[in-house]
Design a protein around this ligand. Structure first.
Ligand code: GLC
Length: 631
């Protein structure tokens, strides 16, 4: 056996028993399992030498993605640069943002007007023609690899577009293809599902089934009616989708974002979310990745409450995803902006900080989707905030209906029955850049920029990978043109997916402009993050009690360094007696000389403190006790 095959065999042997066990549990067919193994080996044989070399390197350094130098950006190819070639041509700009992890939103073939932003895939092996070709994608991946950028792509695995070949054949009456989805002749079973399965898009796509009059059947469509749910209890679906997954990794995609993964297994009488079989499938994908292409990472899109999220990391012996989104923290950040009350955010951070440091979260202020108000309402209720009115307050605040609100944006899936709605808007618009710009309010703009930078400073203070949405680095505001496009007008998420405003990048070098302040402000923080060891993922992080709920204190401690972040989430100026000193990393100023710390509205500081000397550790050295606040 040659060396190359030996490597493969070793990897296979390591996982063979467990993989077989799990496969048999779901599909109970040794013949099918053997077919899967053969196909995996074939995909390995087709993997390029460069990628195989990279696999070996990453296998030897499995924490390669956990460094505090990681910085992500997400973008739509078309909105950023028109095509994949365009993205390649603009890699210099992406690099100038310090980015080394690039998430391109779905770009496989998807029918116009029925694409859900690319999340309704008609062909898993073909790039959307306007964006380029599979060869362009492979070229871009090669370029990214050369330039040290990891490329992330969505793998939309819960459903296909109704234009996918399988769906077309199913619609034409082929039983074999109907079995790849969930088809029902009568309303009886769908109705039973509807009793327990919540709705994802209650307004824009109510219900979980779609009636196909031409066929006289109902098909399961958890998301939009044109996105048909795949039936993973059929081994052919699993097999084919694994091959589609490996097709992407063999193009050189480093990070596979498994889209809407909690939804992939359906069982009558359940919510059809996070079922045990989902974890079996993710675990199998993890093992298949480690056998065929161990250099790749699985990023789970699990937009669920915290107790449902962490299980997708799996266990130390049986890991599932490499990375997950820090979604509750994201929503809680915006709750904190609206309430100027950091208590819930502190509690949320305490939960995150108590998780194993081996977990890698992607931190973000917003993404391409709406912000759902998935907050800890039990805790909020103790503080007098009830779920429904509180959600209404948040939505009023961020849409700008609340008196004095500086935010601008729109509701998403406003459900009049549950009185629930989610929210859409860019970071800059939510921070007040749009309103201040429109009203010519200079002071409003100063505050908006400060809030925007403070929130990024908060995000960058966390371990994991910070991900910036393309355009946020230059304060791009909401784009209302989607209302003129019949394909987009019903989906307000397009408000924050606007085309990248290249002309605004001319302002980056112009002192005093929004773009100049945000771009350089962010770069400075990102560089500080990269160069200070207390930002390492294994550093100890904790929050401190604050008697002023508007202030949040986070301390990061590594072997040789102690950093304290103080974040003012209120519009009030905070003047703090400050006996513990510290070097302000952003200004370079020494706080010790001043004996007080001044935080303007929405301001923050990152302080480097003297590491505690154990023998002198008395009450005076303890920030939580030394801090006293006045307004
Ligand atoms: C994910 C995507 C979202 C899409 C949905 C259906 O949640 O982030 O944009 O609508 O999946 O594919």
């Amino acid at each position: 056996m040659n060396k190359d095959k030996e490597i493969y065999q070793k990897r296979l042997e390591r996982h063979y028993d467990e993989l077989k066990w799990l496969y048999m549990e779901l599909y109970n067919s040794m013949e099918d399992f053997e077919k899967l193994c053969e196909a995996m080996e074939e995909m390995y044989d087709r993997r390029k030498t460069d990628l195989k070399k990279q696999d070996l390197k990453r296998e030897a350094d499995p924490d390669w993605f956990k460094g505090h130098d990681m910085l992500g950006m997400m973008m739509y190819t078309g909105q950023f640069a028109g095509t994949l070639k365009g993205v390649e041509e603009h890699l210099d700009y992406i690099k100038s943002c310090g980015v080394n992890y690039l998430h391109l939103m779905p770009l496989m073939e998807s029918p116009r007007g029925r694409s859900d932003g690319g999340y309704a895939v008609a062909d898993f092996r073909k790039v959307q023609p306007e964006l380029g070709t599979v060869e362009d994608l492979e070229d871009l991946a090669d370029q990214c690899r050369l330039q040290g950028i990891s490329l992330c792509l969505d793998f939309v695995m819960n459903h296909t577009s109704e234009d996918h070949e399988w769906a077309k054949r199913a619609r034409a009456g082929e039983k074999e293809y109907q079995d790849r989805y969930f088809f029902y002749d009568s309303w009886e079973i769908p109705m039973q599902f509807e009793k327990t399965v919540p709705q994802v898009f209650p307004t824009t796509a109510p219900g979980n089934f779609t009636w196909l009059p031409d066929l006289g059947k109902h098909v399961m469509t958890t998301f939009y009616p044109y996105q048909w749910d795949l039936n993973y209890s059929n081994p052919v679906v699993f097999h084919e989708m694994v091959m589609n997954f490996l097709f992407l990794t063999n193009l050189g995609i480093d990070v596979i974002r498994i889209d809407a993964v909690p939804y992939i297994w359906k069982e009558l009488g359940t919510t059809c979310r996070n079922l045990p079989q989902v974890h079996t499938i993710v675990r199998m994908m993890r093992m298949i990745g480690e056998i065929v292409c161990p250099g790749i990472l699985l990023l789970g899109e699990v937009v669920m409450e915290p107790v449902k999220v962490a299980p997708y990391f799996g266990t130390v012996e049986k890991p599932e995803c490499h990375m997950l989104y820090n979604v509750t923290t994201m929503a809680t950040i915006w709750h904190t902006v609206a309430t100027q009350d950091t208590r819930l955010l502190k509690k949320q951070l305490d939960t995150v900080y108590s998780l194993p440091k081996t977990y890698t979260f992607l931190n973000y202020l917003r993404c391409h989707d709406d912000i759902g108000w998935g907050l800890d309402y039990d805790t909020l209720a103790q503080w007098g905030m009830q779920q429904i009115p509180h959600k209404e307050f948040l939505n009023d605040f961020f849409t700008g209906r609340w008196p004095d609100s500086f935010s601008r944006g729109e509701l998403y899936n406003n459900d009049p029955i549950t009185r629930d709605a989610r929210f859409c808007g860019t970071t800059a618009s939510m921070c007040g850049v749009e309103k201040a710009g429109y009203c010519g309010d200079d002071y409003g703009m100063v505050q908006a920029i400060r809030l925007d930078l403070m929130l990024h400073a908060f995000m960058l203070f966390q371990a994991g990978i910070p991900v910036i949405y393309s355009g946020d680095e230059i304060g791009q505001v909401n784009d209302y043109t989607y209302k003129e496009d019949p394909d987009k007008m019903l989906d307000s998420r397009y408000i924050h997916r606007g085309a990248f405003q290249w002309h605004l990048t001319d302002n980056i070098g112009k002192e005093g402009t929004v773009q100049n302040q945000l771009f350089h402000g962010l770069r400075q923080l990102e560089i500080l993050r990269q160069t200070h060891e207390a930002f390492r993922a294994d550093a100890h992080a904790e929050t401190y009690y604050s008697d002023d709920p508007a202030l949040l204190y986070i301390c990061r401690t590594s072997e040789n360094e102690k950093l304290l972040g103080v974040f003012n989430f209120s519009q009030a100026v905070k003047i703090l007696d400050w006996s513990i000193g510290g070097l302000n990393l952003v200004t370079g100023g020494d706080v010790a000389e001043e004996k007080r710390l001044v935080l303007r509205s929405y301001d923050f500081v990152w302080l480097k403190l003297e590491p505690e000397k154990p023998q002198e550790a008395d009450a005076e050295d303890e920030p939580s006790e030394a801090i006293s606040c006045s307004q």
